[in-house]
Write a protein that binds this ligand. Structure first.
Ligand SMILES: *Cc1c(COP(=O)(O)O)cnc(C)c1O
Length: 366
């Protein structure tokens, strides 16, 4: 059996380091907003090349708090990809603003800048650019559009730790970026965790207040804030894992290159496209096939674990019935969701396992 992602083997590589991290936190006697979180924030900001990082409870909160800090609320519109994990949309909904979906460029699955421009109205306040599957959205096109219209750009970098565009890392390409350290992400904690990166010092200060009850001085509350903190233990675990991120991403890249080579030319199977200037980190290796569900079945029988990212687009979730976006209103997202399939990829996957996946795919589509 080849698991879709082997979190056990990924984390067991560092059993010792995690035990040491736990001991360090126990010995310090300090569990929330202390030295470990401060150190991780500095290390993660440096890794991305951003001036500031602010640790928060998870990736959804990272996105939500930035929109809050920008003063986005009821009556406002925020442009989001039509094909993304629902968290991107939920962050907008939390503020009372309306998510306005924009279709992707089909080849890269990332938001289409031309369609973004067409979707801007007098109510538009911001654009959330998701770096889906580990490849950055076309920020070189999006930033000038945002500038022309006076809009903020928030990167949803939950799947793109370390990804680059024209040499610059995700987390430095927009006005701010939200990261998730959910265990299955390229940089994953041993529980929930997230962070925001930005070069904007005032925004970073505001976020530190918002994540901690709206308080700068204990028991003095300036604004209606949240409890959305990254704790010391997860920070200590993340500090142990960050030094492995580049090597892990490189291993993902090797596996993607094998899939690219060995799965090329199979009729009906579409492989991922990398846009010029992009260095993806292969959070997911997503293929497309018109008879996707048959492929899932055949691979399951062959012992290959796969996942669909994602089976139902946000506008077709009951949660968003209220937007009135019926089936057929976002055809690219709908078609994508019907055809995509993520093959196993991860830093501890062996060449022999990759070869087994290749053989199983070839047999299934022969
Ligand atoms: C994982 C993910 C999130 C949410 O992160 P959590 O830490 O689970 O809240 C947001 N956006 C995208 C694209 C994601 O993949």
């Amino acid at each position: 059996m080849i698991p879709f992602l082997d979190l056990r083997s990924i984390n067991l590589r560092q059993r010792q380091e995690f035990h040491q991290a736990l001991d360090r936190v126990l010995d310090s006697g300090w569990l929330i907003l202390g030295q470990e979180t401060q150190a991780f924030e500095a290390e993660f900001a440096a890794y991305c090349g951003a001036k500031h990082a602010v640790g928060v409870a998870n990736g959804l909160e990272a996105l939500h708090l930035v929109l809050r800090a920008w003063g986005i609320g009821p009556g406002d519109e925020v442009i989001v990809p039509s094909n993304t994990y629902i968290a991107t949309w939920l962050a907008v909904s939390y503020t009372g603003a309306t998510p306005v979906p924009v279709e992707p460029i089909e080849a890269t699955c990332n938001i289409d800048p031309a369609r973004v421009e067409a979707a801007i109205t007098p109510r538009t306040r911001a654009i959330i650019a998701v770096h889906l599957y580990g490849q950055t959205a076309d920020m070189a096109a999006l930033m000038p559009i945002a500038e022309r219209h006076g809009l903020k750009v928030l990167e949803d970098a939950a799947q793109a730790h370390g990804a680059r565009q024209h040499g610059r890392r995700a987390g430095t390409l927009g006005h701010a970026a939200g990261f998730s350290f959910y265990p299955g992400k390229n940089l994953g904690a041993l529980g929930d965790a997230g962070a925001i990166t930005t070069d904007d010092a005032a925004l970073a200060d505001q976020l530190r207040v918002l994540r901690n009850y709206g308080s700068k001085v204990k028991y003095h509350n300036d604004v209606i804030g949240y409890n959305s903190r990254l704790d010391e233990l997860q920070s200590a675990f993340l500090r142990a894992k960050l030094p492995l991120l580049d090597a892990d991403n490189a291993r993902r890249g090797e596996i993607a290159a094998i899939y690219d080579r060995e799965l090329a030319g199979i009729p009906g199977l579409t492989l991922p496209t990398v846009a010029t200037g992009c260095e993806p980190v292969w959070h997911l290796y997503v293929v497309r096939h018109a008879r996707r569900d048959d492929l899932v079945q055949a691979l399951a029988v062959a012992g290959v674990g796969t996942v669909i990212h994602y089976p139902v687009p946000p506008h077709e979730q009951s949660a968003y019935d209220g937007l009135g976006l019926v089936h057929g209103s976002l055809p690219i997202a709908e078609r994508t969701h019907a055809e995509v399939l993520s093959l196993p990829i991860g830093p501890t996957m062996l060449d022999a396992q990759v070869a087994q996946v290749v053989a199983a795919v070839r047999r299934a589509l022969a």
